[in-house]
Design a protein around this ligand. Sequence first.
Ligand code: S3P
Length: 176
Amino acid sequence: MKTNIALIGFMGTGKSVVGKALAEKLGKTLVDTDSVIEIQAGKTISKIFEEEGESEFRKKEKEVVATIAAKKNQIIACGGGVVLNKDNIFRLKQSSIMIWLTASPEIITQRISEDGDGRPLLQGKKTIPEIKSLMLSRKKFYESAADIKIDTSELNIRTLSEQIINKLRENADFNS
Ligand code: S3P
């Protein structure tokens, strides 16, 4: 039985916000892969990209995912690129129901621009066509990892978390 919920999806799909609501409702611990990486590295994700490059970031991400996936009773908010690595997906799937959060490129573009400059992959790439093309190249990874898919474009946290909890109850592998 799986006691974790892993939230996967593109940047700006609401993983952290939805994760917080789910953790409160289900009495589970919220863990954010980016936050753990930042604490362990002693610097922000942007600084890691800038000083060490994306491949070092992905190595750190893989280690953090392996540690988190081995624990129980968590809501895991995954960085948008966690699914790019097959080992990450494999490990998460052992212990977690995978929930893929989506939103329209227009909404994502808007949310990302409101969030400021914390996303190194989007430096200088924040137009709707640019976001759309990156989303498209990621789609197959999310699709193959997901057990449940939820659109967060109309982000009403209460309705959304209820929707997710209902879907989880229908999933025979999930143990709350
Ligand atoms: C990334 C998403 C970010 C962060 C890093 C790379 C990605 O997390 O892990 O900037 O590759 O999509 P969020 O999805 O939480 O923004």
